[in-house]
Design a protein around this ligand. Structure first.
Ligand code: F6P
Length: 352
């Protein structure tokens, strides 16, 4: 008997996956979800585990069922899904990375992939999805929401480049990791009277580099948002610093603004100051989350479930002016965020 039932289920699932038409009416999802799925997507960020924990326990405490989707959207369309209980998220709060794992899914980035993921939600009975990740992950959330799966996005990326929020989970930890690394590089740059050129992550954004540059007293900060004249803003600037009595120099470059290797070569060739490049790379993505990231991730996780329990759909959790708000997903994706020119100028002034 059991075998027949399983067989029937398998057949139903196959037919769902093979059909070319929508398999269920979009508005069939209940206003208050009974089963939520949670996934992490895109680049990992310290604090993602804390967010999963908060989502899971808040939902369980409200009587919801929680399904953890492994490997982001890639796992969603493949049905890589397991039930989470309160113990599943024990001992995760202080850990870096994401225990649900993450991926950048080429298949999901196609209409067929989104459709398969949508159908997997129906098969597993997922009434709403909590997506923890960056901008790309939110666009993925928008795509599946348009097929009728309610979503809530929690911002998590070390880049802090999500326009709809002032803060993203993982940013503080990454900044502190980069700051400690640069403090160490400063020790050796001081001993050798060198210029240390450090390339930080940030994709097309310079938030990480700007804040870390200020916190480490960098003489030069290069970020994609601000165009510079290399001769004046890098070479002349370093020579001014030398002529003012400095013997070592820190140049922080966001990966979107140039290559540390090339910049160090140019500096050494033109000024004669020995320069050494360091690419901090993925070390910035790891490590135990700081207090700030644990706290923000926990608050955002609780808030995301509260939003769903209120019957709201397709929202992005946003940190604004010290508090959390839920903003419309589609509107959030259209927002623009600008870097602080004032901070850039101030960092320059106090470095000399
Ligand atoms: O978005 C986070 C980030 O670490 C960026 O700063 C960086 O450009 C990118 O991810 C690297 O991605 P991957 O780990 O896939 O190489």
């Amino acid at each position: 008997m059991k075998q027949d039932k399983d067989h029937d289920n398998a057949t139903a699932e196959e037919s769902l996956l093979e059909t070319t038409e929508p398999v269920r009416v979009v508005d069939a999802r209940p206003a208050r979800p009974q089963t939520i799925g949670v996934l992490t997507s895109g680049g990992d960020a310290p604090g993602m585990n804390a967010a999963i924990r908060a989502v899971t326990r808040t939902a369980l405490n409200h009587g919801l069922r929680v399904l953890g989707v492994r490997r982001g959207y890639h796992g969603l369309w493949r049905g890589d899904i397991l039930e989470l209980n309160s113990r599943s998220v024990s001992e995760k709060l202080q850990r870096g990375g994401t225990f649900l794992m993450t991926a950048r899914s080429a298949t999901y980035n196609t209409p067929e992939g989104v459709r398969k993921a949508y159908e997997m939600c129906l098969i597993f009975g997922i009434d709403a999805l909590v997506v923890i990740g960056g901008d790309g992950s939110f666009r993925g959330a928008r795509d599946i929401s348009r097929l009728g799966i309610p979503v809530v996005g929690i911002p998590a990326t070390i880049d802090n480049d999500i326009s709809s929020t002032d803060y993203t989970i993982g940013y503080d930890t990454a900044m502190n990791t980069a700051m400690s690394a640069i403090d160490k590089l400063r020790d050796t740059a001081t001993s050798h009277e060198r210029c240390s050129v450090i390339e930080l992550m940030g994709r097309r954004a310079g938030y990480l580099a700007l804040n870390v540059g200020m916190a480490t007293g960098a003489e030069v900060i290069l970020i994609p948002e601000i165009e510079v004249d290399f001769a004046q803003d890098v070479i002349k600037r370093l020579l001014d610093c030398r002529n003012a009595g400095k013997h070592h120099y820190i140049v922080v470059v966001a990966e979107g603004a140039g290559s540390a290797v090339e910049i160090a070569e140019r500096i050494e060739t033109v000024t004669g100051i020995e320069a050494r490049p360091t690419i901090l790379g993925h070390i910035q993505r790891g490590g135990s989350p700081t207090m700030r990231d644990r706290e923000m991730a926990s608050r955002m996780g609780v808030f995301a479930v509260d939003v769903l329990l209120r019957g709201e759909r397709n929202k992005l959790i946003s940190y604004q002016k010290g508090g959390l708000v839920a903003i419309d997903l589609e509107e959030g994706l259209e927002m623009k965020k600008t870097i602080s020119l004032e901070e850039y100028r101030d960092a320059k002034v106090i470095a000399l």
